[in-house]
Design a binder for this molecule. Sequence first.
Ligand code: GLN
Length: 306
Amino acid sequence: MDYQKILEEIADEIKPLFSQGKVADYIPALRDVEPSDFAMSVEFIDGSVYNVGCSKKKFSIQSISKVFTYSMSLCIYEKSLYKRVWHEPSGDPFNSLVQLEYENGIPRNPFINAGAIVTADTLVSKYKNSKKAFQEIKRFIDEISSADITINEEVYHSELKYGFRNMALVNLMKSFKNIENDIDEVMKTYFKQCSFEMSTNELAKAMLYLANHGTHPLTNKKYLNQSQAKRVNSLLLTCGHYDASGDFAFRVGLPGKSGVGGGIVAIVPKMMALCVYSPKLNKQGNSLIGTKALELFTTKTGLSIF
Ligand code: GLN
């Protein structure tokens, strides 16, 4: 199959959609992006790579970071992590508070904000403080992406200042004793992980361990065992796009994770990882063109998991 040609066709076919969608603005610093940017990268487990568009341009990875922190925490805490973060889709927006109260402060899954905040708390507990936890998260992502990634300080401070719902979530969970550490330490860790900037090229490479049973195919380093990698992929399929997870599975048919920065990663098990970037979002906060580009990819190649 001519993957380069397929990516170029996709880049052409999504052009009419650029008038649709809206860049995230509830975090003011996220507004400063070029709305018509588009990039897509495909990396195979044998290391071959195909790119189209601005695939070297760094963007805010936002909730895509939840995949890395959940993998780290699952590796450390194994099954005991499930008591603090469940594995059911929420059917609610990513920053919703409603379920948390009647479910006693236990988030439905690690990919909604509440679940990722608990996950950040588990890493602060393991590494004793936010600074060390953050260093370990950076070390993990640097290693799996073979990059030296940095955070966007402006986005980080903007989230600290305007992350009202996230502060409400962490306080509510603390009241239910599902947050062990000082909430400021936890939120610094969470907001910093969301502020990392990476390109589609780096993110596609970083996700390869999930396409290869938890072992990075290019370095042979094991990050998760086979069963854990299955669980992360299952959660990506059922919960990776919040209240649009069903729609994403219906259209794309791959495990995937979005971020409000406009990135989406997806996995073709035993074969490849993909990343697409386009910052204008649909109503559920997922890249509108990114979703369409992935739908076109699986339609053109027949490479869905179904
Ligand atoms: N940092 C963002 C937030 O906490 C992440 C949300 C997202 O990417 N969906 O609101």
